[in-house]
Write a protein that binds this ligand. Structure first.
Ligand SMILES: NC(=O)C1=CN([C@@H]2O[C@H](COP(=O)(O)OP(=O)(O)OC[C@H]3O[C@@H](n4cnc5c(N)ncnc54)[C@H](OP(=O)(O)O)[C@@H]3O)[C@@H](O)[C@H]2O)C=CC1
Ligand SMILES: O=C(O)C1=N[C@H](C(=O)O)C[C@H](O)C1
Length: 262
């Protein structure tokens, strides 16, 4: 994802790339970030150190697509210099999420498991479908299937979990979350949302929400054809933080896309 953020950021005259961070043992240290991204050289070398900038850090945004192990250092840096932060990394622990919320009391943070417009719109639609069907005669069964590339480190995807959280918000407090099923499970309960994580090839991310009833079903499918929807969403989030001059707070892609209240 770092490569695509660099490539799309370099192609957009609204952005100036000022740093490209990797971990201290990365093979890419010292290499030109544009070249590593498959583009023309950017003049910005990949480094394990945060750049020291002359300009105010509040006019810069950090975009994080990394690993849960990396997030605490990134948050610490942004709080120290007062830089707005876009967090796309998934699989964060409860403690890391709490840390991020606390950081958002001093810096603006956009945090979303999917930066994709289509995914965020589908999340809103899934809330509406659930609200309309939750009391349907015979009951509503919601199952969430996600497919991703074989390299993905966390399961289920952060996006699947977010779909589940939003749908549970409509179903009610007694909702339970069941991950996969095996053996003599007994009949499905009315309260559960099921999650199924498929890992295949180079799939850039696909989510299917099945709304099953007795006699009919709806399947809401949202699928990326490449990863640029996430990179361009993260860049849009950074632009939103800077151009809207956002103060400290924890924002979502719903805020960025103007979908918070519908
Ligand atoms: N919100 C969204 O829209 C999206 C979120 N994601 C999430 O973003 C994350 C990254 O995904 P992806 O790019 O596919 O994963 P990759 O594993 O390809 O990339 C993560 C990169 O972070 C590097 N890294 C590891 N430690 C650090 C560190 N301390 N500081 C800086 N960089 C570090 C890794 O280096 P090395 O390989 O050497 O370990 C690797 O290059 C995942 O959590 C994924 O789920 C992905 C797509 C969309
Ligand atoms: O790792 C990925 O690739 C993706 N991760 C995110 C997630 O866990 O939801 C978003 C997207 O689906 C791609």
């Amino acid at each position: 994802m770092g490569r695509r953020v660099v490539a799309l950021g370099l192609a957009d005259p609204n952005f100036q790339l000022v740093g490209a961070i990797d971990h201290a043992k990365s093979d890419h240290l010292g290499q030109d970030s544009g070249a590593v991204a498959g583009e023309a050289p950017s003049g910005i070398q990949i480094s394990s150190h945060w750049p020291v900038l002359d300009d105010s850090a509040t006019n810069q945004a950090v975009i994080d697509f990394s690993l849960p192990e990396a997030i605490d250092g990134c948050v610490e840096h942004c709080v120290k210099v007062g830089s707005p932060l876009v967090v796309a990394t998934t699989g964060l622990s409860d403690e890391q999420k709490q840390n991020l919320s606390e950081a958002a009391s001093s810096i603006p943070v956009v945090w979303a498991p999917s930066m994709s417009l289509a995914v965020n719109l589908s999340m809103k639609i899934s809330e509406q479908i659930t609200a309309a069907l939750k009391d349907v005669a015979g009951g509503l069964d919601v199952e969430i299937l996600e497919r991703h590339h074989r390299f993905k480190a966390d399961a289920p995807s952060g996006t699947a979990l977010k779909f589940g959280e939003l749908i549970a918000g409509q179903l009610g407090e007694s909702t339970t979350h069941v991950h996969g099923r095996e053996g003599h499970t007994g009949a499905r309960t009315r309260e559960e949302i099921g999650y199924h994580a498929i890992r295949v090839g180079d799939n850039p991310g696909e989510h299917t929400i099945v709304f099953g009833m007795l006699g009919e079903k709806i399947e809401l499918n949202v699928a990326a054809s490449n990863r640029d929807c996430y990179a361009s969403g993260a860049l849009a989030a950074a632009k939103w933080l800077i151009h809207q001059n956002k103060g400290p707070g924890l924002y979502s892609m719903f805020d960025v896309l103007g979908m918070s209240n519908n």
